[in-house]
Design a protein around this ligand. Sequence first.
Ligand SMILES: [Zn+2]
Length: 138
Amino acid sequence: MTVSTLSCPFCKIAADLADANVIYQNTEFFCISPLQQEVIGHTLIVSRQHYTSLLDAPPEIGVALIEACQSLAKQFNEALEATGFNILNANEVAAQQSVAHLHLHFLPRRFNDDINAWPDFNYSADESAKYHTDATAN
Ligand SMILES: [Zn+2]
């Protein structure tokens, strides 16, 4: 742990310097219940190593995080009778990232649970296509 990560709340949990409800952990990530749960079973999957976001994380961490999602899905399908899940990930402040340490929000889902994890957008297909073209041109 470096001096800069001492101020990071997730690095403190990784170093056992802060309390958290850790429900699973291994050498690459840990899973905790957030203070404010958006749905029953809402779980944060947090890289053990400090990466600010997906932008500075090695691809291997992505594989580990996906494996965590698969494991949580199996557990919540049985424990909560969940039949699906959403994964939310924010990168940078403009995307509402509140903690600058790579983490995923895992949201177990059930039919008719009244959760809207898929926001409505007000862009036309033509307008959206223009930006996709521009983004991939570079
Ligand atoms: Zn950190």
